[in-house]
Design a binder for this molecule. Structure first.
Ligand code: COA
Ligand code: ZN
Length: 298
């Protein structure tokens, strides 16, 4: 039996949150329906954030109330305790919280300093543990910050140690602006896997510098088996200048399956979801292997 790689599909959140074209709630629900069809086991539906800060994610509560019935883990991003409460009220029991490794990134993203962000993160983690809610804690800009530059590995390791004391269901190392390289990824993830095992760790890569897949491979070699990816490679953070799309789900599936892992995703269905997304956005989307994959599936 092939070893499993778990993919969390983030096109409906990271994919859409920085798009100049704002999709309607109905379109976002239709997109989620197409993504469910791909067979993905984890699907992020949107964010419970201030609609003033990220208008693209307004109406995520309505989306939560109209999710396609499916046997998979739906999750949402929450930036603070208010978002946590809104998500729980909407019936979402798996949340992503994003804590950036640097002062400036936290200030720009959620208007809080580094220490306040971590204190808030710990409060959310402790409350979620008591209430049986799963939290995936993201350490954002874990390799490079768009405001402060390179981030030291030793700092990230310390921050992970701090967060792990509050038992996140998963700790995600996020290369928010796509500045990591495979050597840095392998070095960091090997140390973390040695310390915490691979079950509670995952990686979130952007493909800004064409190293997205190489970074996924480096993380796989280090023992990581959980990855975020976005159908069509759509993505970016509105508060991280220079961040391009996430590593494309179809590219990650292709890589993993070609070297013997099982992702459980259906490639033709995934390409259908990418086509729908392209229609909705009004511009062609697709990962680096899009042309080849489309020919294979034709
Ligand atoms: N969802 C919806 N509304 C929220 C909210 C949330 N999670 N948190 C705060 N608000 C509302 C408040 O109720 C308040 O509303 P009012 O003006 O009608 O009274 C308003 O937002 C301001 O509240 P405040 O706590 O002062 O927030 P802020 O202005 O300091 O903004 C965040 C902080 C976190 C809400 C905002 O920066 C944000 O939503 N950031 C999103 C970041 C993001 O999604 N980044 C990309 C992914 S990492
Ligand atoms: Zn991202």
């Amino acid at each position: 039996m092939a070893e499993k790689v778990v993919i969390k599909e983030v096109a409906a959140r990271d994919g859409l949150q920085a798009q100049p074209k704002h999709l309607t709630v109905e379109q976002r629900i239709a997109l989620l329906g197409a993504l469910v069809e791909t067979g993905v086991s984890e699907l992020e539906i949107g964010s419970f954030v201030s609609p003033k800060a990220v208008p693209q994610m307004a109406g995520t509560d309505e989306i939560a109330a109209n999710l396609p019935p499916a046997q998979l883990a739906y999750s949402a991003l929450v930036p603070n305790m208010k978002g946590y409460e809104l998500a729980v009220r909407a019936g979402i029991r798996s949340h992503a919280i994003a804590l950036a490794a640097t002062e400036e990134m936290n200030q720009n993203n959620i208007r809080k300093g580094l220490e306040d962000t971590f204190t808030m993160g710990e409060e959310i983690l402790d409350r979620a543990a008591a209430e049986g809610v799963d939290i995936h804690a993201y350490l954002a800009v874990a390799f490079e910050c768009p405001y402060e530059g390179a981030v030291e590995e030793s700092l990230v390791l310390e921050q992970v140690d701090r967060l792990m004391q509050h038992q996140p269901a998963r700790l995600m190392i996020a290369d928010t602006i796509g500045a990591a390289n495979p050597a840095a990824v392998h070095s960091m993830m090997r140390k973390l896997v040695d310390r915490y095992g691979s079950e509670r760790l995952g990686c979130h890569f952007h493909d800004t510098r064409a190293m997205g897949l190489a970074n996924v491979y480096a993380a796989l070699q280090a023992g990581v088996r959980q990855f975020d990816a976005s159908a069509g490679g759509l993505g970016g953070c509105p508060f991280a200048p220079g961040a391009k799309g996430n590593v494309a789900t179809e590219d990650v599936v292709m890589l993993c399956e070609s070297i013997g892992y099982d992702t459980g995703l259906n490639m033709p269905k995934l390409l259908e979801a990418v086509a729908l997304l392209s229609d909705m956005i009004g511009a062609p989307q697709g990962g680096r292997a899009h042309t080849w994959l489309s020919k294979q599936c034709a």
